[in-house]
Design a protein around this ligand. Structure first.
Ligand SMILES: NC(=O)c1ccc[n+]([C@@H]2O[C@H](COP(=O)([O-])OP(=O)(O)OC[C@H]3O[C@@H](n4cnc5c(N)ncnc54)[C@H](O)[C@@H]3O)[C@@H](O)[C@H]2O)c1
Length: 322
């Protein structure tokens, strides 16, 4: 099968490309390299004949031409502006990439007769900042008035779900939207010393291994739901033939506080220093966990790694790199 992956040079996209190539698919990777790196595709680029790469912006007409010319059966759309705080500071730029870029991919796909688009949505933001009684949050709560995103990034990731439905109903373009928990694992590169909120595992692991202090924003009691990148990639692969016209959570259903995450990583890295605490950052929610029951029913998916196994593997990967 011929497939196209946007965001192919990114953290999750590059792992997805490797898995798809491993399964014998022909893969066209697209990325503008704004945050992704060619080095993430080193393995893929050695798969002679099966992988090609196009440096392109998903908002550009290059996408229409590329999709029309290559006619992939499926598009995995992962390219995005992924910084929640940047979306607060510059909602126009966020919407440009995450909304207009997605609509461009969907319109290109429907014009070229693509069978299905599988999109990376965000379970950590599309449901807003839920009351603890609503956790772990299920997909049917998407339509409740309380599910109001607290960042422009969350709004963008919600809005594209409406576009997916429109293109499915009106143009016959199938889709699955995977609402991902906080994804962690090898190849996750913090955008800066401070990094993005979603990159907390990579930020802490690298700093602890380098014997540098870590900063927790807020009091550390805020919780997140974590998914290992290899499990997340399995969900994308399963969605090739399942999950038609569905929004599906991909997470563990469990909450881990940032203080507990810190302690687990400190144990894996033998870090013996206490974290610094700094003021809360705008646009971030307090508690989240997303219910993966539908993923089990519809995709036959469940996480294969416990958080301790996943963190251990991730720390080992960073250790060998440093
Ligand atoms: N990592 C997480 O915890 C997480 C959680 C929920 C959802 N997601 C979603 O998963 C997807 C992948 O995220 P990631 O963590 O791998 O991030 P990433 O930044 O590593 O990957 C995103 C990729 O998109 C590329 N890109 C950005 N703007 C582009 C544009 N205009 N045109 C073409 N390419 C562009 C970047 O260069 C990068 O390679 C994103 O859609 C993100 O919103 C990620």
């Amino acid at each position: 099968m011929k497939v196209l992956v946007t965001g192919a040079a990114g953290f999750i996209g590059s792992h997805l490309v490797d898995r798809l190539l491993g399964e014998g698919e022909e893969v066209i990777g697209v990325d503008d390299l704004s945050s992704g790196a060619l080095t993430n595709m080193a393995e893929a680029r050695s798969a002679a004949g099966k992988f090609s790469f196009q440096r392109a912006d998903v908002t550009s007409t290059v996408i229409q031409d590329l999709v029309k010319r290559t006619k992939p059966e499926i598009i995995f759309h992962l390219a995005a502006q992924v910084d929640v705080r940047a979306s607060v500071a510059n909602p126009v730029q966020d919407a440009m990439v995450n909304v207009i870029g997605t609509v461009n991919v969907l319109a290109s796909a429907s014009e070229a007769g693509v069978r299905k688009v599988i999109v990376a949505s965000s379970g950590g933001t599309i449901y807003g900042d839920p009351e603890p009684s609503r956790l772990p949050i299920t997909e049917d709560q998407f339509f409740m008035p309380e599910s109001m995103p607290v960042s422009p990034y969350g709004v963008s990731k919600r809005v594209i779900t409406d576009y997916l439905r429109y293109f499915q109903v009106d143009k016959g373009l199938d889709y699955t939207a995977l609402a991902l928990a906080n994804v962690y694992g090898p190849r996750q590169e913090p955008a800066s010393e401070v990094g993005l909120e979603g990159q907390v595992v990579a930020i802490f692991a690298r700093r602890m291994l380098g014997a540098k202090p870590c900063t927790i924003y807020g009091d550390g009691t805020q919780t997140r739901d974590f998914a290992h990148v290899h499990d997340v990639v399995s969900a994308f692969v399963a969605a090739r033939d399942k999950g038609s016209a569905e929004l599906i959570n991909i997470g563990s259903g469990s909450e881990i506080s940032i203080n507990d995450l810190y302690a687990k990583l400190a144990a894996h890295t033998d870090a013996r220093f206490e974290p610094n605490y700094a003021p809360w950052r705008p646009g971030e929610l307090y508690r989240i966990s997303i219910d993966p029951s539908k993923a089990a029913d519809v995709l036959g998916w469940q996480p294969s790694l416990s958080i301790d196994e996943g963190l251990g593997q991730t720390v080992d990967w960073f250790r060998t790199r440093m």
